[in-house]
Design a protein around this ligand. Sequence first.
Ligand SMILES: Nc1ncnc2c1ncn2[C@@H]1O[C@H](COP(=O)(O)OP(=O)(O)OP(=O)(O)O)[C@@H](O)[C@H]1O
Ligand SMILES: [Mg+2]
Length: 245
Amino acid sequence: MLELQHLSYTVNAPEGATEILKDVSLTIPDNKLVVLTGPNGGGKTTLARAVMGLVTPTAGRILWNGQDITALSITERAKLGISYGFQQPPRFKGIRVKDLLGIASGKRLLSKGEACNYLTQVGLCAKDYLDREVDTSLSGGEVKRIEIATILARKPSLMILDEPEAGIDLWSFARLTETFGEIRAREACTMIIISHQERIISLADEILVVDRGTISRRGSMLEVLPDIAKSTQGGCPAVYGEEKK
Ligand SMILES: Nc1ncnc2c1ncn2[C@@H]1O[C@H](COP(=O)(O)OP(=O)(O)OP(=O)(O)O)[C@@H](O)[C@H]1O
Ligand SMILES: [Mg+2]
């Protein structure tokens, strides 16, 4: 179980202190698929990065299976089964896809069949990719899918994916959502997926809307989507005089 207790994150920007996360408290039970959605700049990535240890909260605690992990490093969190897929994944010049999958799986010699299985789950054909370097020669969508394949190879107990749909074509996206659905059905791990895609949202056990650093709404798709549809009608609230104080 993942618990966030009164999590806040404030940065000192030139215009003064900015509160990016504001006293967020949240519990996510094991093996659930939770989707974080909401407007750009709402704080989704910051929240996910705080759980992975890429951002140090200025207040609050993060508990994973009852253990306080707030002060643990990324590596220590990874050892506890937490894995994070970047909104814009890094590239690794000189490292081949099969090496990356091998490292992720913890096996020195990952069989071709196993590597192929991970790549198939993200809609990639192993024979075209296993020997490719994870460098700038790969397209944005390819590198994103390879990163997700390495996360699958890690067999994490908590998988956090930041907009896995970004830059991915419709066919591969369909395969990817199938994979998320299968993981959820097997109850293989807890998934936190940041997404704006209805197809991913429809798989979720719960949807959390992150807006202005808080969870502004949570519930099932049927509960949350009509609210989102309503709040996204019209124009800029500052221009239309509806801005919240
Ligand atoms: N280190 C920082 N310094 C200043 N502002 C920051 C910093 N990190 C994040 N922010 C700001 O915090 C807000 C939340 O950013 P975040 O990346 O978490 O949003 P998001 O919900 O993931 O947005 P998107 O949907 O565009 O990916 C943004 O306004 C961003 O500019
Ligand atoms: Mg983001």
